[in-house]
Design a protein around this ligand. Structure first.
Ligand code: THU
Length: 131
């Protein structure tokens, strides 16, 4: 995968995380999907008072791609997250997708007939490629 892709996806995920709806956890997450045509589809976590039924950023991004009829076109994903303080997300620890998101990402990858490349980052700092 092109070396420019990771920073591009992480930057798009950080931009998306600014729109996270996370009033219950204060943990803002953004996800950015690279599509086969080079375009990017983003998602943020979207919480509600049940908390457990909140939507993760990765799931929202994949559902958004699906709503555009593009479930089979996902090539890579960048995911970032951090605790909000003073309206800004902080922290350098890379976050990892939960079980439900892994299942959703795997099924989308299978349908597209490719292995997804996954980049994980924090709100700040370097991203790592997940294996
Ligand atoms: N969250 C994500 O959106 N993606 C992840 O990979 C980890 C967790 C969200 C769910 C919840 O809104 C908040 O982060 C705290 O767990």
């Amino acid at each position: 995968m092109n070396d420019e892709i990771a920073p591009t996806l992480i930057a798009a995920a950080r931009e998306a995380a600014r729109n996270a709806h996370a009033p219950y956890s204060s943990f803002a997450v953004g996800a950015a999907l690279l599509m086969t045509d080079g375009s990017i589809v983003t998602g943020t976590n979207f919480e509600n008072a049940s908390y457990g039924l909140s939507l993760c950023a990765e799931t929202v991004a994949v559902a958004r791609a699906n709503a555009e009829g593009r479930l089979r076109e996902i090539v890579a994903i960048g995911i970032v997250g951090g605790m909000m303080r003073g309206g800004v997300a902080h922290g350098t620890d890379p976050i990892r997708p939960c079980g439900r998101c892994r299942q959703i990402l795997n099924e989308a990858a299978q349908m597209g007939g490719r292995d997804l490349v996954v980049y994980c980052g924090g709100a700040e700092g370097e991203a790592v490629e997940a294996h």
